[in-house]
Structures are given as structure tokens and as C-alpha cells.
Design a protein around this ligand. Structure first.
Ligand SMILES: [Zn+2]
Length: 192
């Protein structure tokens, strides 16, 4: 991402209108354990919809929020909020134990290596993914992905310079939306 592109994103940031998904009367699920609990409880004891429980507290730009109402008798609301403070969670294991693990990465290791990145670059990749995801989420530069009982996923384009040649490479990364401006990396490389 060059300076011009960064500048354009920052301008966009101030044009974003943010909304927060509200499922009143329940606590937002802030981690994977609470997510799973909601998904299970929502399935066996369907007092509340698991999707709504796991959307509770999640923030979206107004034009890219899940459709409301989500189902019949959905009592969720979208409330207007001011700018969010993004929190980007990008576990290093997604690189050290997934992308660069031959047995799991299904060709992704070779792909990253062809751009000049290896396991010793994991910390740098975390830093770069975090920087770009923060800027792009904050500007509403994301696409809504799959929504299920575990929550809403979004995808964000990441651009990396090729270390061993000219130019750069762009691809899709996958993130799970958590309450109050947090997104968590689930898929570092989800295709071009
Ligand atoms: Zn609902």
C-alpha cells in the first residue's frame, strides 16, 4: 500500500457511519468459548437465535452490516455509534503453525515462499496484516462473508511486496467479527 492509497483510506475513514448490532438482555460473546456456547445453546435450546447472540455488540459500517431483522421475531437492533477503535487480533500461530506448516497449509507455504516469505517472517507478517486490516476495517474496506451460528465473517484484501522480485501481490484474508470493534484473523490466505 503506497502513501496515496493510505491517504485515500484515511479520508474514507471520516466518511464512515458505524452501527452496532444489539441483542438486548444478553452479554456479548467476547471469545471463541462464549461463541461456541451460544452456538450450542442456540441449537439445542432455541430461546434465542445463535446468530443474533453472536452478533451482539459487533460493529459494522452502515452499508455493510448483516440484514436486519435476521429472522422472524428477531428483536435485534442496529444502533448508530461514532467512530470505532479497531482491535485487530492476528495470532502468530496462523503463520507458524498453519501457513508455514507443510502438512496443513495445502500449498500455501509454497505460495508464500514464492513471494520470498518463510517462517522467520511470521512476526513481520503479523505486523503487516494487523496494520492493513486495522486501516481497512476502520474505513469500511471489507466484504461481508459467511454468517452462521458462530458469527459474521468478513474478508479484507491484503497486499504484500514480493521480497524476491518486482511488484506486489494482493489476496483475500478472512476475519471473524467480535464485539466493540475487534476482528480476529481466521484465514490468512483465502485466495486471490
Ligand atoms: Zn435477532
Amino acid at each position: 500500500m503506497n502513501l496515496e492509497e493510505t491517504k485515500n483510506l484515511v479520508v474514507k475513514m471520516f466518511d464512515c457511519f458505524w452501527v452496532k448490532w444489539l441483542h438486548e438482555g444478553t452479554k456479548p460473546a467476547n471469545n471463541n468459548f462464549e461463541r461456541t456456547l451460544n452456538a450450542v445453546v442456540g441449537t439445542i435450546l432455541p430461546i434465542h437465535c445463535a446468530m443474533c447472540l453472536n452478533l451482539n455488540g459487533c460493529c459494522f459500517v452502515k452499508t455493510k452490516a448483516p440484514a436486519i431483522p435476521l429472522h422472524e421475531k428477531c428483536h435485534c437492533k442496529l444502533i448508530d455509534i461514532s467512530l470505532i477503535t479497531p482491535k485487530i487480533t492476528c495470532p502468530i500461530e496462523k503463520f507458524t503453525k498453519y501457513i508455514f506448516d507443510e502438512s496443513k497449509s495445502n500449498g500455501k507455504k509454497e505460495l508464500f515462499e514464492s513471494w520470498g516469505y518463510s517462517i522467520i517472517d511470521s512476526e513481520n507478517l503479523v505486523r503487516e496484516f494487523t496494520r492493513q486490516a486495522k486501516l481497512k476495517y476502520q474505513c469500511g474496506e471489507y466484504s461481508l462473508g459467511n454468517l452462521d451460528a458462530y458469527g459474521q465473517r468478513i474478508s479484507i484484501i491484503i497486499t504484500l511486496p514480493k521480497k524476491n522480485g518486482m511488484g506486489e501481490v494482493s489476496f483475500v484474508s478472512g476475519w471473524m467479527v467480535y464485539p466493540n470493534g475487534e476482528i480476529v484473523l481466521t484465514t490468512p490466505y483465502g485466495g486471490k
